[in-house]
Design a protein around this ligand. Structure first.
Ligand SMILES: Cc1cc2nc3c(=O)[nH]c(=O)nc-3n(C[C@H](O)[C@H](O)[C@H](O)COP(=O)(O)O)c2cc1C
Ligand code: SF4
Length: 546
């Protein structure tokens, strides 16, 4: 049982009761000794949906009873996540196959909307085509992926015909497995920490010397977070943020597909240093192939006694961008809807289950083993996801502070017939900069004076053929859709901004006022950063307003 989650004595059930058949079906689905803690709720919901292709009301009633949770709380959680399909008694279940077509910026530029329309015309009754936010396939834009339940009617062949080979990503890639990792010195740093050859203080000092900063977006010095958790009282946790939902970002997928053990070893080093109770990896649901890789490798680590069983928990998100925000992620891990928490307190003091928690992005944590092994460059480089109007969209490693021009060159230059007009240095949130700033270093703290930030290093390149006002409008539509709705400045602000941006003539004064309210009044970074794109246009592209 996890701390802070003591189960109450079973209350007499009120309202709708499960029948014996549903109870038995649920039990056989959940298996022998299922965890009935609230933290397992999303996993159980996934299990039901994987088998049925949707969440039938009757099984949710049985689940509420089994987990001793109010049915209303289960509904609240289910309704929050885009990937859960709730079906009421007698309701029509969705078709067995769902194809999600990305219509976020890099895919929209490559014809995602058109692809969705074409697929809709081709799809038979057993396939449903949905437009979806970024699925981390920007290097293969326009990207689409198919999912189906185990009883699904479509064959892989049919799906490939539908979507086109190379656009489906649920294929297990060739990756550096445990054996290959060990041949390259894998788990050496972890061994030193575990044997006490590297004391917690030394580990934190090495991180401080390296200058490693969080690569999930905020760029906070890693060592300061480790120190805060190290010095905090209580049971501690390590959480790996593999939710990667920022449009234009796909570097974490790149790492997890190739070198999963860099991430696992980094997380175990953190856990050993902090004497953590457990490690949680929160993986976005859009990366099912990575889920297979990680499950397999974690099982192997358990079999080899490198970690105790049930020490590393691999958890699936369920389609909610805001769950990448660390406190929303923790709420989601606790089995709730992903509502960001008011801060302070920070997660380093009051995190998972109310305990001190170290949350790191996949790339940040993957750099830990190399840093402890003395690779001085490990913290000076970072991965940039490059997409949009370039010849070779992809992930490129470059020194922190590489410029947009250098990265475009690494990506093979501008696509044929396009010339650089603007770029987004930090995905949907980080603003839009003009080509004249293409030689500015893309690093933490260097772009803020231009009203932008590098965030997770997602460079989206725009050309003279792109409509910048339409870009800002589409980004706002994304934020309006993904806002969790908890606070008014963001919920109403995104909706109002979208309406204003849809008007032919932009009202500068009104937009600037609205942006101020959103920035100052929103609880989390989503609402605070949502106005960046239109503010950039007001500031850097006045010609768009005439
Ligand atoms: C709306 C929003 C979405 C975010 N999404 C992610 C994400 O997908 N992955 C990530 O690592 N950090 C994301 N972050 C940043 C996290 O809140 C947090 O700063 C990060 O996980 C800390 O890890 P780091 O110190 O290694 O960067 C997001 C922040 C916000 C406000
Ligand atoms: S800023 Fe937006 S996403 Fe963040 S808590 Fe408020 S409503 Fe939710």
């Amino acid at each position: 049982m996890v701390p802070g989650s003591k189960r109450k004595a079973r209350a007499l059930p009120k309202g709708r009761q499960a029948d014996a058949k549903d109870r038995a079906e649920l039990k056989s689905l959940l298996g022998d000794k299922p965890s009935l803690e609230r933290t397992s709720l999303l996993e159980h919901l996934h299990l039901i949906q994987d088998v049925h292709g949707h969440l039938p009301a009757r099984l949710l009633v049985a689940l509420a009873e089994e987990m001793n949770l109010p049915l209303s709380e289960i509904f609240e959680t289910v309704r929050f996540y885009a990937h859960f399909d709730y079906v009421d008694d007698g309701g029509k279940p969705p078709p067995p196959v769902t194809v999600r077509v990305c219509t976020s910026l890099p895919c929209a530029m490559a014809g995602g909307g058109r692809l969705a329309e074409e697929l809709r015309e081709m799809a038979g009754p057993h396939v449903r085509i949905l437009e979806a936010p970024c699925m981390g396939g920007c290097d293969r834009a326009p990207f689409a992926m198919a999912g189906r339940n185990r009883r699904g009617g479509a064959t892989a062949g049919e799906l490939l015909d539908l979507v086109g080979e190379g656009r489906l990503n649920a294929v297990i890639p060739k990756y550096e497995d445990f054996g290959a990792r060990m041949e390259r010195g894998g788990y050496r740093a972890f061994g030193r920490v575990r044997r006490g050859e590297l004391k917690p203080e030394e580990v934190v000092s090495l991180l401080a010397e390296s200058g490693l900063r969080g690569l999930g977006g905020a760029g906070f010095p890693a060592h300061a977070k480790w120190r805060a958790v190290l010095e905090a009282e209580g049971v501690k946790y390590v959480v790996v943020n593999a939710d990667e939902g920022e449009p234009g970002t796909f570097k974490d997928r790149h790492i997890l597909e190739r070198t999963p053990h860099a991430v696992l070893e980094g997380a175990l080093i953190a856990a050993e240093t902090l004497k953590a109770q457990g490690v949680y990896i929160y993986l976005r649901d859009e990366y099912p192939h990575v889920h297979s890789v990680l499950s397999r490798e974690i099982l192997l680590l358990e079999d080899l006694n490198i970690v105790p069983k049930k020490y590393v928990h691999l958890r699936r998100g369920a389609g909610a961008y805001v769950c990448g925000e660390e406190s929303a992620l923790l709420e989601s891990l606790e089995g709730k809807r992903g509502w960001p928490r008011q801060k302070p307190p920070y997660v380093s003091e009051n995190g998972l289950f109310g305990q001190p928690t170290l949350v790191h992005n996949v790339e940040t944590i993957s750099r830990i083993p190399a840093i402890l092994n003395g690779d001085a460059d490990a913290a000076r480089k970072r991965l940039y996801s490059v997409s949009g109007r370039v010849c070779r969209p992809g992930v490129y490693e470059a020194p922190s502070g590489a410029t947009a021009r250098q990265l475009i060159e690494m990506a093979g230059g501008m696509a044929d017939g396009h010339s650089l007009r603007a770029f987004l240095p930090g995905g949907a949130s980080g603003g839009i900069l003009p080509a004249t700033l293409a030689d500015e270093p893309l690093d933490f703290g260097t772009l803020e004076r231009h009203g932008a930030f590098v965030g997770s290093g997602a460079l989206i390149v725009l050309s003279d053929r792109d409509d910048l006002k339409a870009v800002a409008r589409d980004l706002m539509a994304f934020f309006a859709e993904e806002s969790c709705g908890q606070c008014t400045p963001c919920r109403q602000g995104c909706a109002t901004a979208l309406r204003l941006l849809e008007e032919g003539r932009w009202d500068r004064e009104l937009l600037e006022d609205l942006a101020l309210v959103m920035r100052e009044g929103s609880i989390c970074g989503l609402g605070q950063a949502a106005p960046n794109a239109f503010l950039s246009i007001l500031r850097h592209f006045p010609e768009e307003l005439s």
